[in-house]
Design a protein around this ligand. Structure first.
Ligand SMILES: [Zn+2]
Length: 214
């Protein structure tokens, strides 16, 4: 299944009237945060497929047509939830590490553990009823030690490593950090494919295979 992933920077190839011709086979859109809400609304309107998102640390309300937009309209916020879309089970964790007190969408590792705790009943029920906890975890920040940087704002969350160990999503897709020189922005950790996106990327996700590992 082809998924268009956007994150962190508006991509001129996406924010373009030819978007439908350029991405004809996209069945889902993911946003990993730090993007203007009207950009996401343009994408969901033009492609007319589900768009799931998490907020990034730079997301702020947008004043448009006299309305104070606090979230993109017509899109699905995946934060602390597990949502089923196009046959995939998709969860989300928003935000970055806390580096400025009082700012929105910034969390300590303990707070991220709290978010995960909120998702646990649904994850465990999915494992029992659907054979796996989830297929994709959408995050803004990467797991600690994978695609992250050493400065406080761009360190990964250790809680996301624990999440992978416990729930084994097939994919974790994130933004927030930039690929290092010579690195493709793709890693594997305990069988989970970690995909880093800046701007936009077309990502092909394997459908759920009940006979595979889960
Ligand atoms: Zn960010």
């Amino acid at each position: 299944m082809n998924v268009l992933v956007v994150s962190d920077a508006v991509s001129p190839l996406v924010y373009d009237e030819a978007i439908r011709e350029r991405f004809p086979d996209v069945e889902l859109v993911f946003s990993c945060g730090d993007l203007p809400y009207d950009y996401l609304e343009f994408i969901v309107t033009a492609l007319n497929v589900p768009l799931l998102y998490v907020h990034g640390n730079h997301d702020r309300p947008l004043m448009t047509d006299g309305i104070d937009l606090t979230a993109p309209r017509g899109c699905i916020n995946a934060h602390r939830r597990v949502v089923e879309a196009q046959g995939l089970l998709i969860g989300g964790i928003e935000g970055s590490p806390r580096y400025r007190p009082g700012s929105p969408f910034q969390y300590t590792n303990w707070e991220v553990r709290g978010h995960i705790l909120r998702m646990c009943p649904r994850l465990l029920a999915n494992r029992l009823l659907k054979g796996r906890a989830l297929d994709v975890l959408l995050t803004h920040t990467p797991p600690r030690g994978i695609h992250d940087h050493s400065d406080p704002a761009h360190q990964g969350f250790p809680a996301l490593c624990s999440f992978i160990r416990r729930f084994r999503p097939r994919y974790l897709i994130h933004g927030h950090t930039y690929p290092r020189r010579g690195m493709a922005g793709r890693s594997t950790y305990l069988g989970t494919q970690i995909v880093q996106v800046q701007g936009h990327a077309l990502v092909e996700l394997e459908p759920w295979d009940p006979d595979g590992e889960g």
